[in-house]
Each structure stands twice: as structure tokens, then as C-alpha cells.
Design a protein around this ligand. Structure first.
Ligand SMILES: Nc1ncnc2c1ncn2[C@@H]1O[C@H](COP(=O)(O)OP(=O)(O)O)[C@@H](O)[C@H]1O
Ligand SMILES: [Mg+2]
Length: 229
């Protein structure tokens, strides 16, 4: 298992993060629908597998088979890793669990802490029930405690699904925060990734990159007028 930061599978993106996602981080990936949360997490999963990490990918959007197909569509073939047991794809039905979803997911994550990377894409269906604010904060707190030299946890979340006053404690608990947006850039709409925070890599804070998702390829960095960092 590599001790290097976890790669996003795209060298330009990695360099904007000071080399990649530091091992042992709790990472929050925020963005609205179609902003690129799933594609980004899928690229990170493949980057981690390439670096000999073992990965558990909790998905609210795919079955095992549709995840393999989706990843293949952006040139990320994971079938061998799946067959070898180095990757576990774990579909979750968070909506059915109602207000208990965060704690049920936490228990499932705990069973996977033998793996070096745990990804939840996405946590949104666990938070649409607004009765469980305490559980949501506790979920992030406990995830943070599970992170160590050997365990990195990535959670994706739809922006706006959690009340704004709860977002600041959550963001500050996370070691890394990536904000995905779809924005107007002159005449066109572009996807952007802002590196809001990477603990231990102060120089990268605020870096913004534009990207597009290309079939058969995945995330491709594109120049945008407001890019900085
Ligand atoms: N295989 C693919 N080929 C082309 N575009 C894709 C592919 N997979 C995803 N996309 C596009 O990438 C964008 C980001 O998708 P996704 O990562 O699923 O968003 P999110 O998870 O944030 O809702 C969307 O515009 C989606 O249509
Ligand atoms: Mg998604």
C-alpha cells in the first residue's frame, strides 16, 4: 500500500491539491446534482486501487453491476479489483432506513475499517429526513475518529441538503473539503472544483479548476477565465 497521497486519477487535479488527498483524511465532497461528485469519487477509487489500497465504495445510486458499467464508461475498469476482493461495492438503501440512516451507515462503515479507503457516494439520502440533526453530526464525528494512518474516508453530499448552520461544524471536522459547482464562464456553463481545504497543504487553499466529463475518458481539466491557484 502506497504512503503517497491518494490520487484523483488526474495529475492536474492532484497538483491543485498539493499532490492528492492526504492519507488518513476525512474528506467532504460537496456539490449539486450533476456537479461531478460521483465521477470524482469513482476516479479517486481507481486511483487508490492503482496504488494498492483496498477500497469499500458505498453507493446510493448504483448496483454492483451498474457501478462497474458506469466506471467503465469513463475508462475506469475495476472488475479485476472486484473479483480479487480489493474493491467492495456496497449498494445502500438509505431512504428506507429513514432517520436511522446515518447510524446504520456508520455501523456498516465500521465493518469496513480494514480497508484503507472508504467512500460514501452519496450521504444525501441519509440527511433528507430533517429530524436527525444530532445523528448527522455524530456520523461525521465518528467517521473522523475512524480516520487514521491506515484509513481515509470520503463522503459526498448534495449542497444544500443540510441546514447551513450545521455545515460549518461539519466542514471544520473534515480534513479536506472539495466544492464542486456548475458556473457560468462567459457564454458557457462549466464545471469547477474548488479546493476549499486540504489540511497540511495550506498553499492549495482556494485553488479553482474547470473540468468537463468526457465519455470514455472521465474528468478533463479545461481552462476557465476565473481559474486561480
Ligand atoms: N460516462 C459518462 N459519459 C459522459 N458524461 C458522463 C458520464 N458519467 C457521468 N457523466 C456526466 O458527468 C457529470 C457529473 O455526473 P455525476 O458525477 O454523476 O454528478 P453528481 O454525482 O454530482 O450528481 C454529469 O453531467 C454527467 O452527465
Ligand atoms: Mg452522484
Amino acid at each position: 500500500m502506497s504512503k503517497k497521497p491518494i490520487s484523483t486519477g488526474n495529475m492536474e487535479l492532484d497538483s491543485k491539491m498539493g499532490g492528492g488527498l492526504p492519507l488518513g483524511s476525512l474528506v467532504l465532497i460537496e456539490g449539486s446534482s450533476a456537479a461531478g461528485k460521483s465521477v470524482l469519487t469513482q476516479q479517486i477509487v481507481r486511483g487508490a486501487l492503482n496504488a494498492m489500497h483496498t477500497v469499500a465504495l458505498f453507493t446510493s445510486e448504483n448496483t454492483v453491476s451498474s457501478m462497474v458499467t458506469q466506471m467503465r464508461s469513463i475508462d475506469l475498469d475495476v472488475l479485476d479489483f472486484l473479483l480479487l476482493g480489493r474493491l467492495a461495492i456496497l449498494p445502500m438503501a438509505l431512504t428506507e432506513l429513514g432517520a436511522d440512516a446515518p447510524m446504520a451507515l456508520l455501523a456498516a462503515i465500521r465493518c469496513e475499517t480494514g480497508r484503507s479507503l472508504i467512500v460514501v457516494d452519496s450521504f444525501t439520502s441519509a440527511v433528507i429526513n430533517r429530524q436527525n440533526n444530532q445523528q448527522i453530526l455524530r456520523f461525521f464525528e465518528m467517521c473522523k475518529r475512524m480516520c487514521s494512518d491506515k484509513t481515509t474516508i470520503i463522503i459526498s453530499l448534495h449542497s444544500g441538503s443540510i441546514p447551513p448552520e450545521m455545515m460549518s461544524p461539519i466542514r471544520s471536522m473534515c480534513d479536506a473539503h472539495l466544492q464542486l459547482r456548475t458556473e457560468q464562464d462567459g457564454q458557457r456553463l462549466v464545471k469547477t472544483l474548488e479546493v476549499t481545504k486540504i489540511r497540511g497543504a495550506a498553499g492549495v487553499t482556494g485553488a479553482i479548476v474547470g473540468f468537463e466529463v468526457e465519455p470514455g475518458w472521465g474528468m478533463r481539466v479545461i481552462p476557465i477565465s476565473r481559474a486561480r491557484g
